[in-house]
Design a protein around this ligand. Sequence first.
Ligand SMILES: Nc1nc2c(c(=O)[nH]1)N[C@H]1C(S)=C(S)[C@@H](COP(=O)(O)O)O[C@H]1N2
Ligand SMILES: [Mo]
Length: 328
Amino acid sequence: MSVRFRVPPISSSEITPESVYLRRREIMKAFAALSVPLVAGVSPAAQAGISTGGKPLEYVPASQGTQGFYTDERLTPREDAASYNNFFEFGTGKSDPANYAGAMSTDPWTVEVDGEVDRPGKLHLEDILGRYPLEERIYRLRCVERWSMVIPWVGFPLASLLQDFQPTSRAKFVAFETLYRRSEMPGTRSFTSTLEWPYVEGLRIDEATHPLAFLAVGNYGKTLPNQHGAPIRLVVPWKYGYKSIKSIVRISLVEKQPPTAWNKSQPREYGFYSNVNPQVDHPRWSQQYERRLPGSLFEPREIPTLMFNGYEEQVASLYTGMDLRKYH
Ligand SMILES: Nc1nc2c(c(=O)[nH]1)N[C@H]1C(S)=C(S)[C@@H](COP(=O)(O)O)O[C@H]1N2
Ligand SMILES: [Mo]
């Protein structure tokens, strides 16, 4: 695990100058309203006044370190990361979270830890911030829908929190649950989503305690904007994005494999493991390529998807002997 983790750098022809890029929907918008001027050098999301997060955090910055904690790929600009999200509690559209998640109140916030632990209990967000030293991790995150980003997260290893509650020997899996507050979450009141609420996710205990599994309380140096899952969300960089559950209120150590939101909704399409795997197609599309955001009509920035999202060296041993087609 001491070998420095590297990925091939994106060639300069793939890098779109800031002043040139326009995402598809921005172009559509520009056509729809030709009177709207586009200011060179400022992204459309920034012009639209998207909230990109709150208070500055103190943390150890990411360094060109080991074990996949760092990549020197170009960061996704924070305005783009904060305006193209999946957070179905606020709607199914990519801009719904940026538009509606502001209504979610995140203070006070409590995370309950229960189940197969010797010391069940609750942590208030302030306890969490006081207790766990914050560090930065620059991770790729790849959505099952084939877009990907590179985001500097601020947080701490999930393993540190789990350890404090002393899992028993029967704790084989970790189940996570998102806040479910209908009054603040229009997507949970709509009939267009097939998900059940609250949104739930799960990991096997050895996945959850792997050093790459991260609880983020911020990104780009500040507390999380709500659309990214404020005030605390999971980041599991070798799995498809939906495993990285947002706005967590409960973490339960359990003996049996827990249900997960997407698997319950469409079991044929979404398995429990959901490791990024270019060899295993989604039933409706290939997973071999991804589009690194921000892309544009002119430069889609399509790149090959890597096994375990490029974290193979770090995590492959978790799955030795498993048929990754069957356990997808
Ligand atoms: N509670 C909750 N968590 C969620 C989701 C969601 O709809 N609800 N969407 C997931 C999906 S599909 C993705 S791709 C990532 C997106 O994270 P980001 O918007 O911070 O990039 O969040 C994941 N976490
Ligand atoms: Mo996703």
